[in-house]
Design a protein around this ligand. Structure first.
Ligand SMILES: Nc1nc2c(ncn2[C@@H]2O[C@H](COP(=O)(O)OP(=O)(O)OP(=O)(O)O)[C@@H](O)[C@H]2O)c(=O)[nH]1
Ligand SMILES: [Mg+2]
Length: 254
């Protein structure tokens, strides 16, 4: 059941072969939401069965990657705010109310958890982690320079977004570049983007789905396109969709 002091929010867990950890994540989030969705990446282990045991709604992605799963999650969400949390145990469900608060108050349309503010076990453990940290810092600095905010962690998968905004900003990424794309497109459209301190743990089991070196060029290309792209206007058709779910709705939805 949802926390009564917050507006209702859907929780989306993208998961591919996360049988070792998804049960603990589901246990942590199930009492926070009335709309619990696991977007399954065609897992070959027991991820789906475990999700069903926790009465999560399980939907399949199109087999293209985490970005695809995030977009499927947004299209499936039934509530005005959608929270994303990874299935590998690296995020703390107790941070979720912090993410939802600034959307409920109208301060932001997208709220990202910041490992730079809240700490991370992953910052300096291995060469790969240092490369990812440096890449993440470059991405953050570039987006801040182009659009003006002073945020520290545009890459974090732990985040909350107004569902209507997530559906209408034109997300296209199929892989984990979805996180930077979501932030850049919100900023291009003039939506508020902010962050709150959240702690990140090293994944608690299973295997990483990301190979930094093989996707680095996609990150660079997407970042360049996003930074060079113009600021955008909300078109009439977007207005029509957005008018179905406004921030006022968020505040007044029982
Ligand atoms: N549905 C779906 N989920 C995915 C896919 N790829 C990754 N995920 C999930 O997205 C989340 C983040 O993936 P991770 O492999 O943890 O990526 P990361 O957090 O950048 O890397 P590490 O935690 O260091 O392993 C996890 O819950 C994955 O199971 C996919 O293709 N489809
Ligand atoms: Mg992870």
């Amino acid at each position: 059941m949802n926390n009564t002091t917050l507006p209702p929010f859907s929780v989306v867990i993208p998961a591919r072969n996360e049988e070792a950890t998804i049960g603990d994540v589901l246990r942590g989030v199930r009492d926070l939401t009335d709309d619990l969705i696991v977007v399954d990446g065609h897992s070959s282990d027991h991820t789906v069965e475990i999700a069903q045991q926790f009465h999560a709604r399980v939907v399949a992605d199109h087999g293209r990657g985490k970005g695809d799963a995030v977009r499927v999650g947004l299209s499936e969400a039934k509530l005005p705010i959608t929270v994303f949390i990874d299935a590998d145990g690296s995020h703390d469900p107790k941070d979720i109310p912090k993410l939802v608060g600034p959307i409920a108050s109208g301060e932001a349309a997208l709220v990202i958890g910041s490992r730079m503010l809240g700490g991370s076990e992953e910052l300096f453990g291995s060469i790969s982690e240092v490369i990812r940290l440096l890449g993440s810092l470059v991405i953050s600095l570039s987006i801040n320079y182009r659009f003006g905010p002073r945020l520290t962690d545009y890459q974090n998968g732990l985040r909350a977004i107004r569902t209507d905004v997530g559906r209408t900003i034109g997300l296209t990424s199929n892989i984990s570049t979805i996180e930077q794309e979501m932030a850049i497109k919100c900023l291009q459209y003039g939506y508020g983007v902010t962050e709150v301190p959240t702690h990140e743990y090293r994944r608690q089991g299973g295997e990483s789905k990301i190979n930094v070196m093989s996707v680095a060029h996609v990150y660079v290309w997407n970042l360049m396109c996003g930074l060079m792209g113009p600021r955008k206007e909300i078109t009439d058709s977007l207005h029509q969709i957005n008018s179905l779910l406004t921030v006022d709705d968020l505040r007044h939805t029982p």
